[in-house]
Design a protein around this ligand. Sequence first.
Ligand code: NAI
Ligand code: MG
Length: 471
Amino acid sequence: MNESLNEYPHRHPDDHPHEHQILNPATEEVIATVPAATPGDVAAAVARATEAQRGWAALAPADRARLLRRFAAVVDGRIEELAALEVREAGHPIGNARWEAGNVRDLLDYAAGGAERLSGAQIPVAGGLNVTFHEPLGVVAVIAPWNFPMPIAAWGTAPALAAGNAVVLKPAETTPLTALRLAELALEAGLPEGLLQVLPGAGPVAGAALVEHPGVAKVVFTGSTAVGKQIMATCAAGVKRVTLELGGKSPNIVFADADIERAAASAPGSFLDNTGQDCCARSRILVQASVYDRFMELLAPAVTSFAVGDPADPATAMGPLISAAQRERVRSYVPEDAPAAIRGDAPQGKGFWYPATVLEATGPGDRAAVEEIFGPVAVVLPFEDEADAVRLANATDYGLSGSIWTRDVGRAVRVSRAVAAGNLSVNSHSSVRYATPFGGYKQSGLGRELGPDALAAFTETKNVFISTEEQ
Ligand code: NAI
Ligand code: MG
């Protein structure tokens, strides 16, 4: 077990600032100052949410669906505004940011369709009629990270609302602006006051208060494994429902029989997209020994030509890291003198820039080969045969995603079944779609989000038996 999975910050509320300065990570300019919620603010928000939820759950399912579709339509009309905000506060390239805002719209539309389809079952039993109901949980807390502030806020929020719950959302300290704007757009769309509240604040203060609050029925958390474990422990005290989406160290497995050109051309995007700050980043590249040299030869130009620069420029593929702290974290895995196999460029001067870096692992136990780096850094390891590839792929406490490159269909299926991870792709690096389930094995998480069953995770199943005996 590595240290970063165990660390957990225990701090007193007074140690945290009462407001957060939001920086543009590409320029280090302060773009906003946002007040940090106190435990008192959290309690007041949960009280308002409890009230709003009663009215919301009492609406006809078709009316909830209509309001959520209206919310989706309002978001659709603000894609450019939301994307521009994401470029400024998170440094995401504008093309990615537009996709992220569109993803919020799609999540709301997809969840809205579920509100009227939350059917229970009629189960044959003797002596009466037996039916099940999927009832809302009440108030759901969504604790979102900074790496995909908009989509991940909506992954929890959209299905929770569609299933009849209220949501209190705590965005990450560094990226509250898009979430705050989404809450305003919800009101503009006609969602009731108090139904979706966004409370920016410090994780160990506002986040912890929300998790502990007895009025919160479920916590949806995306972030570090260390904090996820602490949240799960806190939830245990109240037997609260919890969904955890934690880190990853996902393999990209390239077999000798694959289309090596395509595998090499697509590999950079799989660990450089979002500057590697992606829980699904394919940051361990496992290459069959017989094609290792050829793959590395093709990978080098693909990595160095990945366009790094101004996130507002549509030609940019990779922006800066989110913060100085994250850059220090990433740097700690790549000492100045580390012999990088491939290193790209990065702008000099202001901004939390870090170059694309590919390391050749010194061994499978190498810290950079085992821990989540959450930056534009991948490690390459050779393997001998299929059994060796599966063993290496599974030699991690994580199990979120992975890619398998091969032209052999039988092998693609065998390896997909053998890798202990929630989201695998063959001859592709796709992992997240709003219509398909997403989540981790092992310490990558607990529960599933998205997909056709997303609403069910925000309900209790109630069984009712009605006697048909004559009264
Ligand atoms: P973090 O886990 O501290 O932050 C994620 C969210 O949890 C933020 O909203 C934060 O305010 C909140 N939080 C922090 N402490 C809390 C507490 N005690 N109670 C309730 N909420 C709390 O992650 P951090 O420190 O920003 O990033 C560290 C590393 O975690 C990254 O380098 C990466 O490896 C991993 N990470 C993984 C993510 C994923 O997508 N699975 C997302 C963010 C981080
Ligand atoms: Mg933290």
